[in-house]
Design a protein around this ligand. Structure first.
Ligand SMILES: [Zn+2]
Length: 239
């Protein structure tokens, strides 16, 4: 047995393990970024709008009751106008009061209208922001669920791969593991496929002798250029 298939499997497992570790780190970073700060900000905005609504409502009510009070005073003054026995001096002063009150009333009515407008705007804002909050909150929850689920999947898969790697390492003869590990230490994937006559790692053509040794004899062969351990194309493709 030449253990080429086992080494090929080992390489595939290790490549997958590296990918999983990278994904794991990314997921951890994403989860760290999920502080919910944006949601807290929206919530603060909603609370502020509610407080402002309360204040505006109070102002509106104050204005309304002042308008009512003015209405009552105007009635009084108007009836005084038509009372018998009022002196002309008094009448002038009553008319001045009436004028003043009417002016004040107009100002208050303008204020009342702008309060109503403000209340409408605030209610609209509160409604929109509440909808936005709920939508983002739901999205965030499903994002968190997806990430933690994927994290758990990775953990499981990694455990399986680790066991498989240990099994393979215990099967593969140690002198081959030395070569394998040495190539890993050089930053290379240790195994390459022999495609036609070329090493898939570096692309260099191999000698007929090497090609035949591997393809016909299934012998352990290394690339004459990069030193990778070669595996026949059909064997590699099965994986
Ligand atoms: Zn090569």
């Amino acid at each position: 047995m030449n253990y080429l298939n086992e080494m090929w499997q080992l390489q595939n497992i290790e490549v997958e393990m590296v990918k999983l570790r990278k994904e794991w780190t990314e997921i951890k970073e994403w989860l760290n970024r999920e502080t919910g700060e944006d949601l807290a900000e929206i919530q603060a905005g909603i609370n502020e709008a509610r407080e402002q609504w309360e204040r505006t409502k109070e102002e509106y009510e104050e204005t309304t009751s002042e308008i009512e009070a003015i209405g009552r005073k105007l009635e009084q003054f108007n009836s005084q106008l038509y009372e018998d026995g009022s002196q002309s001096k008094e009448l002038v002063s009553i008319q001045q009061n009436i004028e003043q009150l009417r002016r004040r009333k107009r100002t208050l009515e303008d204020q009342q209208l702008s309060s109503i407008e403000q209340l409408d705007d605030l209610e609209q804002k509160i409604a929109n922001e509440t909808v936005r909050f709920q939508r983002l909150d739901e999205q965030r929850k499903s994002r968190l669920t997806r990430l933690t689920e994927r994290r758990d999947e990775i953990r499981e898969r990694y455990k399986i791969l680790k066991d498989q790697r240990e099994d393979l390492r215990s099967i593969i003869p140690s002198f081959m593991m030395v070569i394998y590990n040495d190539l890993v230490a050089q930053g290379k994937r240790p195994m390459a496929i022999l495609q036609d006559e070329n090493c898939s790692g570096c692309g260099i053509a191999q000698t007929v002798l090497s090609v035949n040794a591997l393809k016909k004899g299934g012998q352990y062969t290394r690339c004459s250029n990069c030193g990778r351990i070669l595996i026949a194309g059909d064997a590699g493709e099965q994986e």
